[in-house]
Write a protein that binds this ligand. Structure first.
Ligand SMILES: *Cc1c(COP(=O)(O)O)cnc(C)c1O
Length: 361
């Protein structure tokens, strides 16, 4: 097999090699069906087994009980910015949001676009979203409290989830779901686009606490109601079959190859530490997120000048490292260390970065 590149893309992102190999091996003849997974009926037993296995693995990995239901939707995390308020925020109530970066800002904007009342309960906009706010007073009468668990663009992450004061927590976990352990009880709803830590782009995971389904207004378009997916096992219409299959395989890899979320978290901490230690030990690189808010998934940093950043990125790509350019809205550099990025890949990047600093510092 040809050498694969060191992939630090922010999303779509690296997938585990054993998963890609499994897809390749069974692509022409899925489990003796004589067809590819992308040619099967979504109503066949074979496909339903894929979907059900993906859902039960997700529940096991996150230790979810019967209170939470797994739904598979389309439209990305971005559609959830609208679906969450449409389904869970009645017009006569208000919802609290934490504004910790671009994605949170977009979620707030979409809720307001619908004419809903949103209160920004906490914000880190005063210091360019470089930290996670502390001491948040959630309005006990809020319909929900929305957070973005990991801020992909700025490289910050909630280290501990806020106390929602009895209000259901709603979280956009697109860029860190399955990256670490957490207690699911305070969460009323969790959503995540698949293309960072779950699988291929095209499917969106929604985890909803069953009691919240009672809030869903009946006059919403069918495809925008969570209940449509809850009642049909996410098979009201054709689901994104291939993307769902990749999610199943990635969850299987997490359980059987990595050994579960506790082990995944350990590996992610080890990976992130390699880069953060390097940022702290040289004055050449400067981490842009405040230390106590640093993300395990997206390590953001600057070099002494933009011209050195350009040189760094072009040398990196010649050495086989891709995806290190910061988001276009903030510039600089970013290494995304999602679950599928191996310790070896991060070790290789750290070695390259030390060497680059020595030569140009
Ligand atoms: C990538 C990302 C999104 C956007 O996801 P889409 O699936 O492209 O809509 C939203 N929120 C966060 C935190 C992200 O990282």
């Amino acid at each position: 097999m040809e050498k694969r590149i060191w992939n630090f893309n922010p999303g779509p992102a690296a997938l585990p090699l054993p998963v890609l190999e499994e897809i390749q091996a069974e692509f022409l003849d899925y489990k003796g069906s004589g067809m590819s997974i992308v040619e099967l009926s979504h109503r066949s037993k074979v496909f339903e087994a894929v979907l059900n296995d993906a859902a039960s693995r997700i529940k096991r990995l996150l230790s979810l009980g019967e209170d939470h239901q797994i739904l598979f939707l389309q439209g990305g995390a971005s559609l959830q910015f609208s679906m969450v308020p449409m389904n869970l925020l009645p017009e006569n109530r208000s919802a609290d949001y934490a504004n910790t970066g671009t994605w949170a800002t977009l979620a707030i904007r979409e809720a307001r676009r619908l004419g809903r009342t949103v209160r920004v309960a906490a914000s880190s906009e005063d210091r360019q979203f470089t930290y996670i706010p502390k001491e948040i007073a959630v309005d006990p009468s809020a319909a929900y409290f929305h957070i973005t668990s990991n801020n992909t663009i700025r490289g910050t992450q909630w280290q501990m989830f806020p106390d929602p004061n009895g209000v259901p927590l709603v979280a956009d976990m697109s860029s860190d779901i399955m990256g670490r352990l957490f207690a699911p009880e305070p969460f009323g709803l969790i959503y995540a686009g698949a293309q960072k830590n779950l699988g291929a782009a095209g499917v969106t995971l929604v985890i909803i606490r069953r009691d919240l389904l009672e809030r869903v207004p009946e006059n919403l378009p069918t495809m925008l109601q969570y209940t449509t997916y809850a009642k049909s096992n996410s098979l009201h219409n054709t689901p994104p079959c291939f993307a769902l299959y990749t999610v199943q395989l990635v969850m299987k890899w997490l359980e059987e190859h990595v050994g579960g979320l506790a082990r995944m978290e350990e590996l992610n901490r080890e990976k992130a530490k390699l880069l953060y230690d390097l940022l702290d030990q040289t004055s050449f690189y400067r981490g842009t997120a405040e230390k106590e808010s640093r993300s395990l998934m997206n390590v953001t940093f600057r070099l002494p000048s933009e011209s050195l950043e350009d040189l760094f990125l072009s040398e990196a790509s010649r050495h086989g490292f891709v995806g290190l350019r910061g988001h276009r809205s903030v510039g600089g550099c970013r290494a995304s260390l999602y679950n599928a990025v191996s310790l070896d890949a991060v070790r290789a990047l750290a070695a390259f970065m030390s060497d680059f600093a020595r030569r140009h510092g």
